[in-house]
Design a protein around this ligand. Structure first.
Ligand SMILES: *Cc1c(COP(=O)(O)O)cnc(C)c1O
Length: 306
């Protein structure tokens, strides 16, 4: 049922800047894993669902914001693999018809429970989580899906990469993906995470704590490309994304992968990477979020892109 699929495509990016600066860039297309359970969310869910099944759970319970890719992916995965799903959603003013992400999650059978922003702050409070676990006999997955099982799924993706590389780049939200990748690299390789949130300087410690067994310090988080914060953007970002997509045929999302790719090109332009550096960027997916983004911001990103 959870049989491992074939490795995702490693797609070379062709661009005059890469030629000029003599660096190579390949994009690992985890956005193509599945149209509904895309990218890093599937990598992070997979071993959680296996663990839940092995332990006899029939219900998965998790947390997320109104546009959360993790909520969308969890609802779709639970539907497909026969789990009941419950989502605690930040914001008690919302309802299940309030945006495309929540509508789809509800259609996929997720029971949405809306809680106030202040109650939502308790999402990592262990006694509360225990209560939820017991009340619904549920297997609880944290916000963003980032736990030990998630790291296992993400680090497996590094093993799929057969091309030699020097630097791996990924977007960063909760930090689970970055932590999983760090676990997967060897001592000659390094990782850069591009933060999507403003003021996320707590992440470095959090990731170090997630990796007590890892002795490499060949990773860091760049905080220069959040564009004002989570889901914030400006015309530079949107113009960049549109021209990237036109050139390559690859869609990006404005919350994570667009900012990552913008950051990579900006770093290359500023000679951050030595000549000859072989970069692999992880396309973590997130395209479902574009529909909510379009609606909220009266844009038509994907249609304009391709
Ligand atoms: C959730 C998400 C991320 C962030 O992953 P973390 O493990 O939370 O850091 C990056 N990209 C996309 C497309 C996502 O949906």
């Amino acid at each position: 049922m959870f049989s491992s699929a074939s490795p995702t495509l490693l797609q070379p990016i062709v661009h005059p800047l890469l030629t000029e600066k003599k660096v190579s860039l390949l994009l690992k297309r985890d956005d193509q894993i599945d149209t509904e359970i895309s990218g890093n969310k599937w990598r992070k869910l997979k071993f959680n669902l296996i663990d839940a099944r092995n332990k006899g759970f029939e219900t998965i319970l998790t947390f997320g914001g109104a546009y959360s890719n993790h909520i969308a992916a969890t609802a779709a995965a639970c539907k497909r693999f026969g789990f009941k799903s419950i989502g605690y959603i930040r914001g008690d003013e919302l309802n299940k018809n309030s945006n495309p992400t929540l509508q789809k999650a509800a259609r996929d059978g997720m029971e949405l429970r809306f809680i106030s922003r202040s109650d939502y702050k308790e999402r990592d409070n262990l006694p509360w989580i225990k209560t939820l676990e017991q009340q619904d006999r549920a297997y609880v997955i944290p916000e963003g899906g980032s736990n030990e099982q998630a790291l296992k799924g993400v680090s497996a993706l590094v093993q799929e990469i057969e091309e030699p590389f020097d630097c791996l780049v990924c977007p960063v939200g909760t930090g689970g993906t970055l932590a999983g990748l760090v676990r997967g690299i060897n001592h000659e390789q390094s990782i850069i995470g591009i933060a999507s949130l403003k003021g996320s300087n707590y992440l470095e410690q959090l990731i170090t704590d997630l990796l007590p067994d890892v002795d490499t310090n060949h990773w860091n988080i760049n905080h220069d490309y959040h564009f004002g914060g989570y889901a914030k953007f400006d015309d530079h970002l949107i113009d960049f994304m549109m021209s990237f997509s036109k050139r390559t045929g690859i869609p990006l999302d404005p919350v994570y992968t667009g900012k990552m790719m913008y950051g990579i090109f900006d770093l290359i332009r500023n000679d951050f990477f030595a000549e000859g550096t072989r970069i692999i960027a992880l396309h973590t997916g997130g395209i479902q979020g574009v529909f909510g983004f379009n609606e909220k911001n009266k844009r038509n990103l994907l249609a304009a892109d391709l």
